[in-house]
Design a protein around this ligand. Structure first.
Ligand code: DON
Length: 309
């Protein structure tokens, strides 16, 4: 399917792009520092399978934290919400995404929600499979079904770069293992988690996945109910309350769409029953969200009246 370039959207991208200079590309995962901080692209995928775009939507990027919504959907489908929420909570933290502090101060020491790193690590540890390869293949197959794109895979360079340097995430895994929140071998959880975060796609793929959520789990192209309605609803709710980390409250007031960001500069947004949005803009603000991506969503929300509130 061809995505049509749209002039109105291009004008919004041009305006939002002015923000890129105020942001900074993530470099705590060394391989992410190679991104071009001036990039900004957007795709809008409509429920009737049409698509509009602006910027270079062929560019691929890794999902990073956006993958947390997808791994959560998968484990909710396999275990049900009662079991999943016995390992991970449902409340926003107000802390940065990689903060360790509440693991110690909140009792029992389970992570407050699945969108922060600690919670996402527990979710990843629950992904089913007999071997490491099985678990990765299972997650990839699910994500390929969501994007209806068999070619989707992970970027080995980014995965290795994070695996080698991700000591705070390791520390959180060990902490949670001590309290029997996380089970199994920490290195295998880290291996799967870093590959999950390194799953790579372009903004059109991401917009299409957003569209699946906009349709409450039904795929716009295949018609398949890829995610049960109730699971899609839970994921969207987390996107509103925790999707933009400790900027989620302000984002909900200013923009008002369920959204999830990643430190690669990706943002997946959802306009319920209407379309999914895929944005890529690697320059980040101080909270780890795409600075121009957030601006672009703000302009889109004003122009197209997107707030769900
Ligand atoms: O675990 C990490 O730190 C990264 N793989 C993902 C963090 C992330 O994307 C936070 N997003 N804004």
């Amino acid at each position: 399917m061809v995505c049509r370039h749209n002039d109105e959207l291009e004008a919004l991208v041009r305006e939002a792009k002015k923000m890129t200079g105020r942001g900074k590309v993530a470099d705590y995962i060394p391989a992410l520092a190679e991104a071009d901080e001036n990039d900004l692209s957007v795709a809008i995928y409509y429920t009737e399978n049409t698509c509009l775009s602006a910027g270079d939507i062929e560019k691929t990027f890794t999902l990073q934290s956006i993958s947390k919504v997808l791994s959560l959907a998968l484990v909710l489908m396999d275990y049900g919400k009662d079991r999943v929420f016995s390992y991970v909570g449902q409340e926003p933290t107000g802390d940065p995404f990689n903060s360790i502090i509440k693991l110690e101060t909140v009792n029992p020491s389970k992570p407050l929600n699945p969108m922060i790193n600690a919670g996402a690590l527990v979710v990843t540890s629950l992904i089913k499979g007999k071997s490491a390869k099985d678990r990765l293949d299972y997650l990839l197959a699910f994500i390929r079904r969501l994007a209806n794109n068999e070619k989707i895979t992970y970027c080995q360079n980014v995965a290795e770069s994070e695996y080698k340097t991700s000591m705070i995430n390791r520390a959180m895994c060990y902490y949670m293992k001590q309290y029997e929140i996380l089970h199994g071998d920490v290195e295998s959880v880290m291996d799967l988690y870093t590959k999950q975060c390194a799953i790579e796609m372009n903004s059109l793929d991401l917009a299409k996945i957003g569209c699946v959520f906009a349709l409450n789990g039904k795929h716009p192209e295949t018609g398949e109910q890829v995610i049960p309605k109730d699971v899609a609803r839970i994921c969207k709710t987390f996107m509103v309350t925790c999707g933009m980390y400790n900027a989620s409250g302000e984002f909900a007031i200013k923009i008002g769409v369920p959204a999830k960001s990643g430190v690669s500069g990706g943002i997946m947004g959802i306009s319920p029953y209407d379309f999914g949005i895929g944005i890529f803009g690697p320059a980040l603000d101080e909270k780890g969200n795409s600075i121009a991506g957030v601006k672009l969503l703000e302009l889109m929300s004003e122009t197209y009246r997107l707030s769900i509130f």
